[in-house]
Structure formats: structure tokens, C-alpha cells
Design a protein around this ligand. Structure first.
Ligand code: HDE
Length: 700
């Protein structure tokens, strides 16, 4: 075989004239080439006229490399810019074939490949993960009958009722245009100005101020399709449906002060969590639930099923669990997959159809349009992450970046060419829209049936535990305290008076707002009698185990090997992971002389990164740590955030240095001496937080 520049030789390391270290290809190391496949001989130096001379235009490798780099960015998403995705599959566990003809709901046990992208809404692509925001929960299902995109959120309702308000809403939520801040936050005048002028937002604002908007992990949050959709069966009968994703590990959120600190300590907290879980084989899982109902229910329901600011309580229409979604593979490349994935609400398959929800109707226009802009043309469907995995054929052709065009002579139909030249034809099994009866005047008008803006906001509030209600109140106070215009603060409180008097008074007190404003004029009086819906609370739907959570153990050189092993074993047996935090990440040994590697140095591993913590210093180590400010923060934050804290005897002085004298402690600060204590501690951690502590650590 002739020797080509691509033939393997052996890899060698070179030190360049400038002192840089670089390797040449050989063995397993592939040859670097240009985009044209031409092998590159020197990637360190541009082509010059003499070593100190000007660069030469002729340097095609340099020009191609820089040109490509200059074009690396594509427009980020207008909303949901910051996201993180993973591959997996959906498996049907309970057939829905009686109500839906889609294959994905017909064959129990069948697995459909899926790609999921989680996101925040308001922040730019580089913003922090644990901001107070709605999370996107977008699922692309590559079914055998074409792609179905269920583009949902982790909150089951939305801020607005008509798509025409979406640009206004998003403008108001994002950075203010004259100053370009605040980033990824609703705590500013424009947002609260808009929502306080739009009473339809009240229900969603309650959710946004709840802990739903600061999830602990993507793995511990629910997803919702939000709109009412239709399922259609073989006979053409339509059944209304609301889609739910229920996390197997239960619901969990962080507390607000913790969120603020996580964003500094690890702005990638959520994406790192997903990466670590999937990379270590702990595949996150959700059940798909459906609420099915008919026109009779729709007619009897207190609210309009087409109104996206309303939900249907699970206690009224139970959620039937029909399948599971498992995420088991990270993308090979973030940009190619997670950034280029193009979700479109209008991607449905036979058996799944739309309703006249005015938000959904508007979305069906918006997504195709935005992908064309973002990905540069109509052929974004040719990008592998967006292409269906089933056969597809049509006569659409050409355009930017066409990867494939119809083959053969015919590129139109009808045509009289025989196969294969004649190309694809319509099918009797093709997608048919549900023949919904439509009539009415051509008019710009919101339906009267959408006018009750407060009753479900109230129902959401009364469904929460007292701890969650306090968090909601505090979130309103925090956000409105950042609003500089007193009239906007007061206007918001005037809406809350319809939701709950105590909530409104609590917010007013927290703002120092006196006297209370008059209640906002209500388009419809509040329906007071709605029953609480326990399904709406996070704490009523949390896990009862520590599975999937993270324990942070502070160790110092010479740490008690047996106690460390006992804690680690108990945590891992419960399905949790463990990280060690130490004064140095390397150079540690346990009492048995084994080398230990810490994942974090103390100032880089604050307790906000963990669900529970343990302190196992040696006596010498404790004497050093008690003088370390970040160690004291570690403890006082863990305590203030209501976390369970285990400690050995030596840790007493460190606890005391952080203000946790024995008298200041509670039943969540637990001494551990051996394997039994360790197992008991991990079991206690299944409750995740000692909420009763919150009342003792806050004075305002
Ligand atoms: Fe979106 N939304 N949206 N949205 N949305 C986008 O599409 C839009 C709405 C949702 O991970 C955009 O690719 C309009 C509700 C998710 O790639 C854009 C309206 C819900 C994602 C768009 C809504 C969502 C988007 C921006 C009001 C929950 C991220 C970039 C009528 C059910 C998908 C893009 C991903 C993204 C438009 C309201 C969820 C501009 C016009 C309600 C999860 O097309």
C-alpha cells in the first residue's frame, strides 16, 4: 500500500520553537485534516513570508479554521436558551388503544427512542441553572409513525391565555432593554408590571413563586403538556387528554437562600446532576400519566378546558399511568444534539391532535418559524437529531444545507411515472385532522369562560403545606422587594387579596406596605369552595428515601476508616451518592492508611451542593477547621437550609465554632459512632429536610 498522509505511523511528541507541546498523529491518534480531508502538517503556525514576515492569504488551513470558528454561534433560543438534553426511550406499560390509534400507545412493551431537553425560560444560554424560573420539559419521541414532540413545562399552567401576548410577556420577563439586566430573573419592575396588569397570570405566578420554580434536579420534577390535547381512536372518536410526567424519585426542590448560593458555587448544578446520574448508570425515569375526559366532563368543569391558565385537579380526573420514560444516554456532542434539536408543537402523529386552546394554536405557528431562523433554513429536519427514525419521503427539495433530495425523475405529484421513478404517494393511513365542528364570527375576543383568574390560584395556595405557603409568601416578598416602583408592588398585592387574605397581608407586611391596597377589580368573583388538591404540593409528594440524593462528607487526614465506610455503604445501599470534602483534594489517607481522594476542597464544596452532610474530622483536623470561615459557612448553611447533619465527636468544636452549641441543635443534628448510627442517619435523610427547623432560623 502506498504511504499516504493518513497512514498510521507512531505518535510523537514535539516541543515547538515557542515552547508549546504538541503531538503528531500515529498509532491510535487520528490524522488532523481540513474540512476537505487534506492532512494538516502544522497546526501551530500560520503560513508566513519568512519567520517574522506577514501572513499569506494562501494559508487555506488557517483561513478555513478561523472562518469556521467565526461562525460557531447560532442564535440562541429566544426563550429556553439554557438547556440540557439526554437520550432515552419511552416504554408503554398500559395500552391506550381503546382511545388512541397511535402505535406508541398501542403496543405494550414497545420502546420508542426519545430525546429530552430540559431548560430554563428567561435566562440567556450562559445563565445559572438554579434561578427562579419555569423549567422546560420538551420530549421528542421518534415513533414508527413519525416524530411526536410533547413540548411541555414543569408547571401545568401558563402565564397568558392568548399567544398574541407571548412577545410582551417574554420581553417583560427578560432583561430590561435599556440596561440589559437583570439576567435570568423575574425580580424586577418590568416583569411585575406586566403580570400585575394581566390578572390571567395570577395562577401561574403562584406556581412561579413556589418551590416548583427552584427544583433540586431535573430528575425530581414533574412535567406537563399543559394544554388539553385530543387522542383519536381507530373509529375516529376523540377523547380529551392532559399529559403528565411523574418522576420516579419523587419531587424535591431547594430553598431560596440555597438556590442563590448554588448559583455561585456551581452554575451548572442541574446539568452536572443529570450528567453524573446518567454517566454513573442511575438512569432517571418518569412515568407518563394521562388524564382522559370527554365533552360531558368539559361541560361540567368549573373552568374552560381550553384555557391554559387552568389545570384539572387529579382528584377530579385521576392520572392514569401508561408508560415510562428512561434517560440512559448523554449526547455525544452538546451542540449537535442539545443545541440543534428543534422541537415543534405541531409535530404530532396519527391519533394525537390539537384542541382550540389559543396558546397551542399560536405555538403551532411559532416553533416552525423559530427553528427556521435559528438553524438557518428549512432543512433543519435533515440534522440527525431532528430527523425521524422511520422512513420518510416527499418532494420537498433544495434550500440551504440540503442533505438529501428526492431521487429519480419525479419531484412533483401527481405524476404518471411508474415506480421507483414516480416517488411517494398519499396513504389512506396518513394523518387526518379530527373533523371538529367550527363555526362563529370572525372576531378578536377572549371567551367569557376564561375570565376567572383567581379561583385556581387560591386552590393552589390552599393545597400547600404551611412550610410551602411560607416559601411562597417569602418569594413574593423577595421579588417585589427588588421592584423599585411602589405602585407595582401594591398592584400585585391587590391581586393576592383575591387569592388568600393571609398571603396578601403577609406579603404587604414583608414589603412594609401599609395600608393594604383595595382588592383588584375581579372579572369574576372567586369560587371559594374549591377543595385543596394534595397533588399540587411538593412536600406531600416527596420521596421517602434518600435514593438519587447526594451526601457530602467532610473528612480530614486520618479520618476514621470504619465510620467513613459505614456512612458510605449506608448511603450507597440507599441509592445515594457520596462526595468527600477536605482541606486538600489530594494527599489524604484514612486511619487504615488507605489513600483517599476528595472531590472538593472545602471552599469549593459548600453544603448547598449536598442533600445532607456529615462531619468526620479527626481531632487535629477539627482544630484547624474551626478557624476556617468556609467550614463555618458550610455548617451554618446546612443548618439554615434545614438539612440533616451527622457528626463524630471530634466535630463538636467545629459545630460550636459555627454557632451550633449543643443547646442550639435539634433532632436533625445527629451524632454517629458506628455502622448502626450511620444506617439510621441515612434512613432519617429520606425525609430530605427537617422543615420544623425553618421556624427557628428565620426572624423576618
Ligand atoms: Fe414555548 N417557545 N412558546 N412554551 N417553549 C419556544 O421555540 C412559544 C409555551 C416551551 O428545549 C421557542 O425553539 C409561544 C408554553 C419549551 O428547545 C418559541 C408560546 C409551553 C421550549 C416558543 C409559548 C412552552 C419552548 C423558543 C405562547 C409549555 C424549549 C425557541 C403561545 C407547554 C424547547 C424554540 C427546547 C421554546 C414559542 C408558550 C414550552 C419561540 C409563541 C405554554 C419547553 O418558538
Amino acid at each position: 500500500m502506498a504511504k499516504t498522509p493518513h497512514s498510521p505511523t507512531s505518535s510523537t511528541t514535539h516541543i515547538g520553537a515557542g515552547g508549546e507541546t504538541h503531538q503528531t498523529a500515529g498509532g491510535d491518534t487520528p490524522v488532523m485534516t481540513t474540512q476537505q480531508g487534506v492532512a494538516v502538517s502544522d497546526d501551530q503556525n500560520t503560513l508566513r513570508a519568512g519567520a517574522r514576515g506577514p501572513a499569506l492569504m494562501e494559508d487555506f488551513h488557517f483561513r478555513e479554521k478561523i472562518f469556521h470558528f467565526d461562525h460557531e454561534r447560532i442564535p440562541e433560543r429566544v426563550v429556553h436558551a439554557r438547556g440540557y438534553g439526554a437520550h432515552g426511550y419511552f416504554e408503554l406499560t398500559d395500552s391506550l388503544s381503546d382511545v388512541c390509534k397511535a402505535d406508541i400507545f398501542g403496543n405494550v412493551g414497545e420502546r420508542t427512542p426519545a430525546f429530552v431537553r430540559f431548560s430554563t425560560v428567561a435566562g440567556n444560554k450562559g445563565s445559572a441553572d438554579v434561578v427562579r424560573d419555569v423549567r422546560g420539559f420538551a420530549v421528542k419521541l421518534y415513533t414508527g409513525q413519525g416524530n411526536w414532540d410533547l413540548v411541555g413545562n414543569n408547571i401545568p399552567v401558563f402565564f397568558i391565555q392568548d399567544a398574541i401576548k407571548f412577545p410582551d410577556f417574554v420581553h417583560a420577563a427578560k432583561q430590561e432593554p435599556d440596561r440589559d439586566f437583570p439576567q435570568a430573573q423575574t425580580a424586577h419592575d418590568n416583569f411585575w408590571d406586566f403580570v400585575s396588569l394581566s390578572p390571567e397570570a395570577t395562577h401561574m405566578v403562584m406556581w412561579a413563586m413556589s418551590d416548583r420554580a427552584i427544583p433540586r434536579s431535573f430528575r425530581f420534577m414533574e412535567g406537563f403538556g399543559v394544554h388539553t390535547f385530543r387522542l383519536v381512536n381507530d373509529e375516529g372518536r376523540s377523547t380529551y387528554v392532559k399529559f403528565h410526567w411523574k418522576p420516579k424519585l419523587g419531587l424535591q426542590s431547594v430553598v431560596w437562600n440555597e438556590a442563590l448560593k448554588i448559583n455561585g458555587a456551581d452554575p451548572d448544578f442541574h446539568r452536572r446532576d443529570l450528567w453524573q446520574a446518567i454517566s454513573s448508570g442511575n438512569f432517571p425515569e418518569w412515568e407518563l400519566g394521562v388524564q382522559l375526559f370527554d365533552d360531558d366532563f368539559a361541560d361540567s368543569f368549573d373552568f374552560d378546558i381550553l384555557d391554559p391558565t387552568k389545570l384539572i385537579p387529579e382528584e377530579l380526573v385521576p392520572v392514569r399511568r401508561v408508560g415510562r420514560l428512561v434517560l440512559d444516554r448523554m449526547p455525544d456532542n452538546f451542540f449537535a444534539e442539545t443545541e440543534q434539536v428543534a422541537f415543534c408543537t405541531q409535530n404530532v402523529v396519527p391519533g394525537i391532535d390539537f384542541t382550540n386552546d389559543p396558546l397551542l394554536q399560536g405555538r403551532n405557528f411559532s416553533y416552525l418559524d423559530t427553528q427556521t431562523k435559528r438553524l438557518g433554513g428549512p432543512n433543519f429536519t435533515h440534522i440527525p437529531i431532528n430527523a425521524p427514525k422511520c422512513p420518510f419521503h416527499n418532494f420537498q427539495q433544495d434550500g440551504h444545507m440540503a442533505m438529501h433530495n428526492p431521487k429519480g425523475r419525479a419531484n412533483y405529484e401527481p405524476n404518471s411515472w411508474s415506480q421507483p421513478a414516480g416517488g411517494p404517494r398519499e396513504s389512506v393511513n396518513g394523518y387526518r385532522s379530527y373533523p371538529d365542528m367550527v363555526s362563529g364570527q370572525k372576531i378578536r375576543q377572549r371567551s367569557e369562560s376564561f375570565a376567572d383568574h383567581y379561583s385556581q390560584a387560591r386552590q393552589f395556595f390552599i393545597s400547600q403545606t404551611p412550610v410551602e405557603q411560607t416559601h411562597i409568601r417569602d418569594a413574593f416578598v423577595f421579588e417585589l422587594s427588588k421592584v423599585e416602583t411602589p405602585a407595582i408592588r401594591a398592584r400585585m398585592v391587590s391581586h393576592l387579596l383575591h387569592v388568600d387574605q393571609e398571603l396578601a397581608k403577609g406579603v404587604a407586611k414583608g414589603l412594609g406596605l401599609s395600608p393594604l391596597p383595595a382588592p383588584a377589580p375581579a372579572a369574576r368573583p372567586v369560587v371559594e369552595g374549591l377543595e385543596p388538591s394534595p397533588a399540587l404540593s411538593i412536600l406531600k409528594n416527596g420521596p421517602d428515601s434518600f435514593a438519587g440524593r447526594k451526601l457530602g462528607i467532610v473528612v480530614t487526614d486520618g479520618v476514621d476508616a470504619a465510620l467513613l465506610a459505614a456512612l458510605r455503604d449506608a448511603a450507597e445501599d440507599a441509592g445515594a451518592t457520596v462526595e468527600l470534602i477536605a482541606p486538600t483534594v489530594g494527599g489524604l489517607k484514612d486511619s487504615a492508611g488507605h489513600d483517599l481522594t476528595a472531590q472538593q476542597k472545602i471552599n469549593g464544596g459548600p453544603s448547598v451542593l449536598y442533600d445532607a452532610v456529615a462531619l468526620l474530622p479527626t481531632v487535629e483536623g477539627a482544630n484547624v477547621l474551626r478557624h476556617e470561615a468556609t467550614m463555618r459557612d458550610f455548617i451554618s448553611d446546612a443548618f439554615a437550609h434545614a438539612k440533616f447533619i451527622a457528626h463524630n465527636d471530634a466535630a463538636e468544636i467545629v459545630l460550636a465554632a459555627a454557632g451550633l452549641h449543643p443547646k442550639a441543635r435539634d433532632r436533625g443534628v445527629i451524632a454517629v459512632h458506628g455502622a448502626q448510627d450511620a444506617a439510621g442517619f441515612i434512613q432519617t435523610c429520606g425525609a430530605l429536610r427537617l422543615w420544623e427547623r425553618e421556624g427557628h432560623v428565620h426572624a423576618i
